[in-house]
Unconditional design. Structure first.
Length: 206
């Protein structure tokens, strides 16, 4: 017969007590040390503006928000000097272009200055072309109905944003082209959404 195996009994209560004593010694609060001098180098500053900088603007509250956000943060606007210098350079370049055109076509007179009516008419003509106007006879119209809707909406935005700032003639012209563009859009979309008329049934055989 084989020998009976021997077992060793370990009192784990003593081991646990020793572990608790060691843990208490490690967790004992240390004596307060003297405040150390701030180390040289960069440090983290929370809610404190840098020297020479203005305090950041207060975030707009719900009551202060009048218009929806435009999305991405826009760059700062140009200064008055930058705008003036750019305007002068643009005018000089435009004048050189006009001189070149008149040198090649002496009969052409000077171009009239661009006004508000040119902007409204340009948007109106763009919308009508997108609706298929101006297509040569015998050719299939090319219609961009989504682009036409966007252009007509731009005319509506223009009318809304300039309300009260136009002369009577400018306002009458803008309202007229907006009305005509919307009517053309309605006519075309009505034709697109009306179901086709089914062909007549074949005549009955006698």
């Amino acid at each position: 017969m084989s020998e009976t195996p021997k077992f060793e009994v370990i009192d784990r209560r003593k081991m646990k007590a020793e572990e608790e004593k060691a843990s208490q010694r490690q967790s004992a609060p240390a004596a307060p040390a003297a405040p150390a001098e701030p180390a040289p180098g960069p440090r983290l500053v929370v809610n404190e503006p840098r020297s020479g900088e203005k305090e950041p603007p207060r975030p707009a509250q719900e009551a202060d928000v009048e218009e929806p956000s435009l999305g991405a943060e826009l760059p700062p606007p140009p200064t008055a000097k930058e705008s003036s210098e750019q305007k002068a350079a643009y005018d000089a370049s435009a004048q050189r272009l006009e001189d070149l055109i008149r040198a090649q076509n002496p009969a052409a007179g000077p171009q009239p200055p661009v006004g508000f009516e040119h902007l409204a008419q340009q948007l109106y003509l763009t919308a009508m072309l997108q609706l298929g106007a101006g297509t040569q006879e015998g050719q299939r119209p090319r219609v961009d109905i989504v682009g036409a809707r966007t252009t007509i909406d731009l005319l509506g935005v223009l009318a809304e944003k300039t309300r009260g700032n136009l002369t009577a003639a400018e306002d009458r012209m803008l309202q007229s082209v907006l009305f005509e563009a919307r009517m053309a859009f309605l006519e075309l979309t009505s034709m697109m959404t009306v179901p086709p008329v089914p062909p007549p049934p074949p005549p009955a055989k006698k």
